[in-house]
Design a protein around this ligand. Sequence first.
Ligand code: UD1
Ligand code: CA
Length: 452
Amino acid sequence: MKQPVAVVVLAAGTGTRMKSALPKVLHPLANRPMVHHVLANAEALKPAKIVGVIAPGAKDVAQAFAPHPTVVQSKPLGTGHAARAALGSLKGHAGPVLVVFGDAPLVTTETLKRLVAACAREKAAVGVLGFVAEDPTPYGRLIVQHGVLERIVESRDANEIEQAINFSNAGVMCIDGRLIGTLLGAIKNDNAKREFYLTDAVAIARAAGHKAIAVEGPEAEFQGINSRAELAAAERALQQRLRTAAMAGGVTMADPETVWLSADTKLANDVTIGPNVRFGPGVTVASNVEIKAFCDIEGARIGKGAIVGPFARIRPGSEVADDVHIGNFVELKATRIGRGAKANHLAYLGDADIGAGSNIGAGTIAVNYDGFGKWRTVVADDVFIGSNSSLVAPVKVGKGANVTAGSVITDDVPAGGVAFGRARQVTKKGRAAALRAKLKARAAAAKRAKKK
Ligand code: UD1
Ligand code: CA
């Protein structure tokens, strides 16, 4: 029987180079904290447990790990010291232990699985993911002889010959759970940084006669995040993955590079997305939806066959039913739009319910805020709201009613009714020339007064 793995996520480092008040592992990628990507990839292994190692007082990091438990590394004395902090929570675990870094979110589940499988196959006490680095300068080097990983030399401690090796430590290690206590316990800090290096577990295992192996993976997965520039690079890499997955699932993107997705964006097949569209967190789009260029959608559901944009903004709490049209410069906030309804131009619909088949004219505003409270506007099915109308909430417009253009609606409109909420027009025949003469004289007088 294959033993289940346990996963230890190291996230107690200082993250100095981020120059941030926010702990590094909480910086978002694809609108989700970095460490959640690491956790999602670890969870996919169906491990016996996941333990986070965090810095003292890092309550928000502990929260990000929940429901997984965390242990505190009292001082940042190195990766070996950090991994040791987790030993207490691994008691009784005899399967493999994967040690991963919280700031390396691009390592895929497949690569982790490959490492665990290779360790089992080769009966290795320690397995390490390695990659051929284009520039190995910042990495520990893997010293492999006759297919056996002998040791890892950190860059600062490497001699000239070792410096020239470009087979590098990705930072992911798989350690036999029956040996992990002894191996980590033997790590010392007699090195350039006076730190307890996790990487020393390899030489310690070898000296005790155990096998250690290196498993090669793609460099692109091992980009750690130490700075904002690396954060941006990881974001680009993740976006590329999300786009590729969306297209593989049947989504058309006119210009994929300009479409920004969230880790949780759900796009059904035959969704078409124009250029420069951003999906914030919590968006679900059903099939056959067309999202035209320059839309920003967050926390919303879009039903089958809907057409959105260009230039639409759909904010959290919105639900757009099937076959709805949301046109240019239309903003929705916490608003439900019923099946087949249309709001095609220049509208703000905040805290509103718009019934099926209704037509919302250009320039309609659901006036939802009075400076103190937010109120709902309820428009029933098959209503026609004329252009440039304000619906001052709380207000209801009944089924099949008609609100004439330019109305300010403050009272409920009954089903089937027509509401005029505007001043009557006054027309004066032949008076245009006289009006112009009067305005011209007034402008001239103002100019003379300014000169004086
Ligand atoms: C580490 C490896 C190096 C590898 C590189 C890959 C060691 C000694 N070196 O170096 O061989 O090539 O990653 O990117 O392991 N952490 C703690 N507590 C600590 C120190 C670190 O929790 O006391 C955590 C950090 O939060 C981070 C991870 O461990 O998630 C890696 O630490 P970092 O200092 O970035 O290691 P590197 O110097 O990059
Ligand atoms: Ca690092």
